[in-house]
Design a binder for this molecule. Structure first.
Ligand SMILES: Nc1ncnc2c1ncn2[C@@H]1O[C@H](COP(=O)(O)OP(=O)(O)OP(=O)(O)O)[C@@H](O)[C@H]1O
Ligand SMILES: [Mg+2]
Length: 308
């Protein structure tokens, strides 16, 4: 398996000179990844950002709330356990599974039993949107950050993920349809904001930029939209032909190809998002990420740009 990402030493660490609250903070922030368009890059964003945070020494809990269990597969959760995968949602007993290919990362898996958990939540008479938040709450003391991967259609699992979240991020392939999905997701967050006044929208993470058929112009629209909504548009994760191979290697592309542009840009994203969450992130990646982000905004908005 020459050149296989499995052979990559995932124990390589970036030097962490932390800023922010980080370890020792009392309750971990909860970041929900949403986009109401399917195939927008949600699962890839969770897998890669979590992978980078883990190599920075942050203890990350990944939660797969999609009955299609793509994240669970990407992490390499054993096939023979998938029949009971997701049972934690109805039982309430969640023992996260340590992910061998991602240091400091553990998974609350999805699988054949997740749907039954969602059905159970639907039957709750009172506070059903808060059930997931209550279930995750005790785990927020054992991890530095919790990341929720959601499914594209709107159901109770997605509204519950938003109710459980302290922060939201919408990844989007830089194609028109996923971008409309972002707008619909923002509409959803706005609808819920009255009931969730503390939910903080971080913004957009453009994914697969400048690759086959992906249009650079779409990035400009995203930057403008972020400005209109008063949220951040992160520097775009470049297109990579290696995406999708994680289903075999279980190593996020950001770790397998850490020195390639995809590895670097996932680090900028992990630093900027981590900082927004109050986590300890390496200052070098944060500073450089900020520079790239500010330059991108200047190029798109020119003089329209607000003073910062
Ligand atoms: N940087 C990238 N470059 C090229 N392709 C990418 C990149 N990131 C993700 N992809 C591809 O885009 C597709 C969709 O990604 P992903 O599964 O993460 O989206 P999703 O929003 O989780 O989808 P779903 O709504 O079905 O859960 C996948 O085939 C993935 O391999
Ligand atoms: Mg997905």
């Amino acid at each position: 398996m020459g050149g296989d990402p499995m052979s990559v030493d995932v124990s390589q660490r970036d030097t962490v000179v932390g800023v922010g609250a980080g370890k020792g903070a009392t309750t971990a922030p909860v970041l929900s990844i949403v986009n109401r368009k399917g195939g927008a890059g949600k699962t890839s964003a969770v897998h890669n950002i979590a992978g980078v945070w883990g190599t920075w020494g942050l203890r990350v809990l990944l939660v797969d709330l999609d009955t299609a269990f793509n994240l669970t597969e990407a992490c390499g959760y054993p096939e023979e356990l998938r029949a009971s995968g997701g049972a934690w949602l109805s039982s309430g007993a969640l023992e996260p599974w340590d992910i061998p290919t991602m240091p400091n990362c553990a998974l609350a898996p999805s699988g054949a039993r997740l749907a039954a958990g969602v059905e159970r939540m639907e039957r709750l008479a009172i506070d059903r949107e808060r059930y997931l938040a209550k279930l995750l709450d005790p785990l927020r003391h054992a991890y530095d950050v919790v990341l929720l991967d959601t499914k594209p259609d709107l159901d109770l699992s997605v509204t519950s993920a938003l109710a459980a979240a302290t922060h939201v991020l919408a990844p989007t392939l830089t194609l028109p349809q996923p971008i409309y999905g972002v707008v619909r997701s923002l509409g959803l967050v706005a609808d819920l904001q009255e009931g969730l006044p503390h939910l903080e929208v971080i913004g957009f993470l453009p994914i697969g930029y400048n690759g086959r058929g992906l249009r650079p112009a779409a990035l400009g629209s995203l930057v403008e939209m972020a400005w209109e909504y008063g949220v951040m548009c992160l520097p775009p994760i470049p297109f990579t032909e290696h995406a999708g191979k994680e289903s075999q290697s279980h190593v996020p592309v950001a770790l397998a190809y850490r020195n390639a542009p995809v590895g670097q840009y996932y680090r900028y994203a992990a630093a900027l998002v981590g900082h927004a969450l109050g986590l300890a992130v390496p200052v070098d990646w944060l500073d450089r990420g900020r520079q790239i982000q500010e330059q991108m905004v200047r190029e798109v908005l020119g003089d329209e740009q607000p003073d910062t």
